[in-house]
Design a protein around this ligand. Sequence first.
Ligand code: DSN
Length: 392
Amino acid sequence: MQSKVFEIIEKEKERQAHTIELIASENFVSENVLRAVGSCLTNKYSEGYPAERPAGNRGRYYGGCENVDVLEQYCCDMWQKAFHTDYHVNVQPHSGASANLAAYMSVLKPGDTILAMSLDNGGHLTHGSPVNFSGRLFNMVFYDVDASGRIDMEDVRKKAEDCKPALILAGASAYSRILDFRTFADIAQSCGAYFMVDMAHIAGLVAAGDHPSPFGLADIITTTTHKTLRGPRGGLIFCRPELARKIDSGVFPGTQGGPLQHVIAGKAVAAEEACDPSFAEYIHNVVKNCKAMCDAFLAMGYHVVTGGTDNHLFLLDLTDTGLTGKEVQNELDKHGITLNKNCVPGETRSPQQASGVRVGTAAMTTKGYTEEDFVRVAHRIDEIIRAMRQAR
Ligand code: DSN
């Protein structure tokens, strides 16, 4: 049967081949990851866990799981290797949002207090946005950023003392600076809270040693596998071994049914790739390229939130230009440059309009872009923005 779907996929392949991809949360996976995700493993049901899991959570609810048992355990082993950790790992979360939901539900009750970073300041929807389950199920308190946009650790300490949270969350979707996991952990310990890190954006940098590691400091660590880790779309949860049973139950049967074994296969391939020395080399280049591009914008007089970047992304605050993030995103789309509008600290517009754009270098570094290429793109973006302002 002829399917329309393959025509659409061909068009998307073309789009991906011919645009400059600067969305900070996207990347291009290897052929092996694609092969694994497109495999016959999609046919298999396997609710439950492989036999090697900690007592209480082992065993499957279906027959015929002998191959996926080996696969899932291998995937867990490889992610432990990639992060040099003996933390327990659950590779079943379907996404970062599912991982965060399962993590919260494993150790918290509805109504408990979570101290986190708000969406406007760079946090994620699942970090307590009122339109998300997190903001509806939990009592959210948000720590602030200082005038430059950096997390104000004194505010974290003060709010933790005041609200006595059950869990403190560090991690972000649009934050360009090093996260001070040690100070977060000290604050969590001093108020008896769980310390959770959502490292979805920076996980590749953690694996490569380009960002301090939360392992050994956080109780629970969630991540996606498709951003800087360059794997298939999906999530992972790591936890201290004593929380293994709670976390596994929080994923299945707590918040998910059958795991996606074809995606787990893709995650296992991505973990193998992350263990190869070439991955660290790639991530070093992502960070170097990001700094070069960010410096080019600073030199052209743009307002970069926090004044720079330590990682794979930065945020341009367009308030001074009179343009919205949405207008710039749409205009760049017309010129084959893809990025996303983003709220900035102290945002006055709705997230649909937003006053900034987020720029990331992980995807185009995979395509071989160098510092010079990213600087050239920065100048091209500036030309387009200047033309938009003149047309006003
Ligand atoms: N939407 C992802 C990002 O772009 O950061 C997070 O879910």
